[in-house]
Write a protein that binds this ligand. Structure first.
Ligand SMILES: Nc1ncnc2c1ncn2[C@@H]1O[C@H](COP(=O)(O)OP(=O)(O)OP(=O)(O)O)[C@@H](O)[C@H]1O
Length: 342
């Protein structure tokens, strides 16, 4: 098995992605501070990495700091470092991220999660290009290029008091928006093929999507964006033998908002299990155009059980009623099997 490594370039042909790629190409060689904003999983960290790789700083370090994950009391030492003996346990001098990223790129991830009271120190370091290590007296000068990211609208973050306006203006010399996957037309399919090829290569397999899987990928809204899509494909890839069909996506634990399932389940409340079964079996049979093997497979029952259930249903309802059930439930099953993404 090879090392999973498909994350080095930005896949997508939608207008939003092409605009983003163009903007990255333009801003990367400059020194402007970039603020990347967009929903979680849209590719902000990837974009930051690309900016670094396309800049003149590419051979220097790229240091990423998750501002939301650092406790307030550690922010100072983690960002600016400390001198030996500056506090109990400081047995060595420590260089903070600002020094480590000197000449390279410092990615301040989730900037709006940084406590407001600390943002003023960050701003000072950015404005003057200098800072002091904790316990130090000497001004240290470094030159990292700063890229910041946030999952929330940065203008709203300023309004709501989560981001100091002066820091916002310093960080947002070049704001860049990453659109959610649902607004990026054909990108989901391209990304799906890209991730599939990558998994095939990694696991030395040759798995393929069926048309209904591609339909599902294209219809789903992917609220967790590219990250969710990647996890879903990995999950389906692991379950599938050769062909990755739509059903491999159904019960995935990756699913963050099981919208169609929720809707489906709530639409069934009030019916008995017997009613549901009576409707579901003929509807599934109808969906597979009478193919009992596929129907049984989809329902997760044996062919024998399917025959027994069908006999039972026709005994209960009579032939005429069964047809009615099929017609009635075909409508519902089509809606269900089409996996409406809204
Ligand atoms: N256009 C793309 N092409 C290929 N891979 C992508 C693309 N966009 C995102 N990815 C991949 O999707 C995953 C999530 O992306 P990333 O971590 O950059 O998102 P993010 O916006 O920074 O998320 P968060 O805000 O939650 O930190 C990563 O594995 C990344 O490599």
């Amino acid at each position: 098995m090879k090392y999973l490594n498909e994350t080095s370039h930005m896949v997508g042909l939608s207008k939003a992605t092409r605009n983003l790629q163009n903007a990255i190409q333009k801003v990367a060689p400059l020194e402007a501070a970039v603020l990347l904003y967009g929903e979680s999983g849209t590719g902000k960290e990837l974009a930051a990495r690309m900016i670094h790789d396309l800049s003149n700083r590419r051979t220097s370090p790229f240091i990423s700091v998750n501002c939301g994950a650092l406790p307030r009391e550690l922010l100072n030492t983690e960002l600016f470092g400390h001198e030996k003996g500056s506090f109990t346990g400081a047995i060595y001098q420590h260089q903070g991220y600002f020094e480590q990223a000197d000449g390279g790129t410092l990615l301040l991830d989730e900037i709006t999660e940084m406590p407001l009271s600390f943002q003023v120190y960050l701003l000072r370091a950015l404005e003057t290009g200098t800072f002091r290590r904790v316990g130090g007296h000497q001004e240290i000068k470094t030159n990292p290029r700063v890229i910041a990211t946030t999952n929330i609208d940065p203008w709203q973050a300023v309004e709501r008091g989560k981001l100091r306006p002066d820091l916002f203006f310093r960080l947002a010399e070049f704001p860049l928006y990453l659109a959610p996957l649902r607004d990026r037309d054909e990108d989901a399919i391209l990304l799906a093929h890209y991730f599939l090829e990558s998994f095939n290569e990694t696991y030395e397999e040759n798995k393929r999507f069926t048309n209904d899987a591609l339909q599902f990928i294209s219809n789903n809204s992917w609220p967790g964006n590219v990250r969710e899509l990647r996890h879903a494909i990995h999950h389906a890839f692991i379950l599938a033998n050769d062909e990755i069909d739509e059903r491999k996506f159904h019960r995935g634990q990756w699913q963050s908002t099981p919208s169609y399932q929720d809707k489906l389940v709530y639409s069934l409340v009030g019916l008995s299990i017997e009613d549901i079964e009576k409707n579901l079996i003929p509807a599934t049979l109808d969906h597979f155009k009478g193919d009992k093997k596929q129907t049984a497979q989809c329902l997760g029952i044996s062919l024998k059980t399917l025959y027994n259930r069908l006999n039972l249903i026709s005994e209960i309802d009579g032939k005429e009623d069964l047809n009615k059930v099929v017609n009635f439930s075909t409508k519902n099953s089509n809606a269900f099997l089409a996996r409406e993404s809204d």
